[in-house]
Design a binder for this molecule. Structure first.
Ligand code: PMV
Length: 359
């Protein structure tokens, strides 16, 4: 059994605009997806998922289209989870030059699904690392990031930037502009995350921004202005002392930029009532700034506050289902456990899970 994990992320600035070549700064957070992989003797993939906003499920299938699984949990959710694992397995097969490699894959995650915290990127990154390692191939994080991006690109029909996957593979704060991806130094930013319990449809939200941008010059200008905010923000970060805690002045300036960024995302139609409520609750509680993170439409906001006030404020905000402090994850993808190459463990079955094996 080979076990790898990879972190989720929050966007300090720049989601959506990054799809059109503007820079973005996502930061990895200490909420991780953990993927266990066992090579199989046949070419099947068996996926067991827990904690993906679903009751646990297991599906097993081979490579031909008529072997797609028949399951009794809502199909779009299963397709979402298995689609990413499928694409990750394809990348792993390609990396180890074995198109017929089969795997038992078990996913556990403490990152809410589709909520703007990069859950799918973390699952894809950790899956590629664990699957390749299970066959004796160790990829470097930059190659894992690139392969994970290709996997997301395919599943999301081309509506994906490199931001989530690069951030999850590398850890820390990163800057992504087109295919120029680099890690950057940041002080330990005091992130607080509020979660409304929901999820957004990334594909539909990205398509909505694209439509607006094509229709109105001022929407295209808005996307470019998000890029200006990111450039301003990265200058602040570059001038800051990366060791230790940020000073109040830096937090106030970053917070202003986050507020501005949220306003523009709202204008681009990707916020929601619950996200706006949480953003305002965080600001009223004294956060330096707050914005939605990720695709929007529902899911999470991120605020900057070193004090407990924002957490308390959000806890009492109607529509906010969960609040937590999110430490910057300095480590990206990492191996958690590794056994001898090709060793077979148990069959991955767990008490209490449904086995929907379809062969
Ligand atoms: O909601 P998430 O975590 O999948 O982030 C989506 C970010 C977008 O900029 C909207 C799309 C992308 O691939 O960069």
């Amino acid at each position: 059994m080979t076990v790898s994990s990879a972190p989720g992320k929050v966007y300090l600035f720049g989601e959506h605009a990054v799809v059109y070549g503007e820079p973005a700064v996502p930061c990895a957070i200490e909420r991780r997806a953990t993927v266990s992989v066992e090579p199989r003797a046949d070419d099947h993939i068996r996926v067991t998922a827990r904690d993906l906003s679903l009751d646990g499920f297991t599906v097993e299938y081979g490579q031909s289209p008529d072997e797609r699984p028949d399951v009794d949990v809502p199909t779009p959710l299963v397709e979402a989870a298995t689609g990413y694992v499928d694409a990750a397995v394809e990348q792993a097969r390609d990396a180890v030059s074995d198109p017929e490699a089969g795997f038992d894959v078990t996913i556990e995650s403490d990152i809410p699904l589709g909520a703007g915290l990069g859950s799918s990127a973390a699952v894809v990154v950790a899956s590629i690392d664990a699957a390749t390692r299970s066959l004796g191939v160790e990829l470097d994080p930059v190659e894992i990031a690139e392969r994970a991006y290709q996997a997301e690109y395919e599943v999301q029909s081309g509506q994906a930037s490199r931001a989530d996957t690069f951030c999850s593979a590398m850890g820390g704060a990163v800057r992504v502009e087109g295919d120029d991806c680099r890690t950057i130094d940041t002080p330990n930013l005091p992130f607080v995350v509020g979660f409304d319990g929901g999820a957004g449809d990334t594909g539909a939200l990205v398509a909505g921004v694209r439509d607006l941008k094509e229709r109105y010059a001022f929407a295209a200008d808005t996307v470019e202005t998000v890029g200006d905010i990111v450039r301003e923000g990265e200058t602040l970060l570059a001038d800051a002392d990366a060791d230790g805690d940020p000073d109040e002045e830096l937090l106030a300036e970053l917070g202003n930029l986050m507020d501005f960024n949220h306003g523009l995302l709202e204008a681009l139609g990707v916020s929601s009532r619950s996200l706006d409520n949480m953003v305002w609750a965080a600001r009223m509680a004294g956060a330096h700034g707050a914005k939605l993170t990720g695709a929007g439409g529902g899911g999470c906001i991120v605020a900057l506050d070193p004090t407990p006030e924002t957490e308390t404020g959000l806890r009492f905000t109607p529509g906010c289902e969960d609040v937590f402090r999110a430490e910057l994850a300095t480590e990206g993808v990492r191996v958690e456990a590794e056994s001898a190459v090709g060793a077979r463990g148990d069959d991955g079955g767990e008490a209490g899970e449904r086995d929907e094996g379809a062969e």
